[in-house]
Ligand binder design. Sequence first.
Ligand code: AMP
Length: 422
Amino acid sequence: MNILVIGSGGREHALVSALAKSPKVTKIYCAPGNPGIAAIAECVALDIADNSLLCRFAQEKLIDLTVVGPEAPLMNGLVDYFTANGLRAFGPTRAAAEIEGSKSFAKELMRKYHIPTAAYAVFTSPEPAKEYVREQGAPIVIKADGLAAGKGVVVAMTEAEALAAIDAMLCQQAFGQAGSQIVIEEYMEGEEASILTFTDGRTVRPMLAAQDHKRIFDGDQGPNTGGMGAYAPAPVITPALLDTIVETILQPVVNAMASEGRDYKGCLYLGLMMTKSGPKVVEFNARFGDPETQVVLPLLASDLTDVCHACIDGTLADCELVWHNQAAVCVVMAAGGYPGDYCKGEPIHGVAEAETAGGLVFHAGTAVVQGQLVTAGGRVLGVTGVNDTVASAITTAYQAVEKIRFDGMQYRRDIAYRAKGR
Ligand code: AMP
């Protein structure tokens, strides 16, 4: 089987690694990929915004399965285009990916189908939005409606912060078109968790629950980032709680999408808040999460190619997921300055030693310049430790992290502390 993976981050490195384990796989291509992926797949410098170029490549290379990592190509209709051309692609159609592409669409869907989430209202002009904030009071949450690379959310602890966020999004166009409509949400309190789910449009097969760490500094301090680490399984999601989540959220949302004529196939990411009144939806994403993928997929014992094909064919009901009875912890190593301006081009040392120490090193923002591996993004590497318990997986991850060096590197020392405390 020939496979094409779309994307270039740590998530795609984890996807390629998981797919490469299948004995059915002959060859994997990744567009555009990264230096870590290049060690296990052939990276091809194709523009992932160009559906017809990707389609021609897939036809020429006799690709049997395409797996789409990031949201942008999904929103750009890549899966629709491939399917129309007789190719098999794993991921939702453009219409189904709207569950991530428009927060107001997702909220409206949840309201219509009684899926538990924060109360909300949608605005396009600042005055009514501000009026609503004054009525509701703080804390309150302001979200840009469209895709804003994970940055379009302001959790305002004061009314002043909320009003400033409305001005930034609706008056100063801080998020461009993505923020020309905003969603204002009730503030929810509780512990967060992420559940990635395979679905074929009818059956849902949740993966192991994960928790990520969004803040830059230890103890969940400092600004939000794309994610500084993650671990799985997250003990906060007990088997009984997972049953409740499937019953009240995952199955209803997949059914709702089908009722709306937007059959959702692929991986659905559920961001959850465990509130006093039960689990509620923070957000849905139309793809695997990053860095959650770097802890969930290393624990998957089933053949990922079988699962992807079952999602495409609508046969997921016949496909049970099997997991290794272990834990995984991923520590993200970021460039100095991240999540603000950061430098690029710093030489990276010690990756091979980290792998020898037992770490799985997933590349996120790296490049090779004149034969030297260098930093090329904010989140540079994700280093995952897999072991029998969370505590031993933490040890494995940090033993590997300690082998790696680059100028300005920063990483959290407390990944998975919540699980360890339990
Ligand atoms: P989102 O991009 O919607 O996942 O939001 C990013 C982060 O903002 C989430 O992971 C939460 O930590 C926080 N957040 C989003 N919505 C809410 C809410 N209604 N109440 C409290 N925190 C929220």
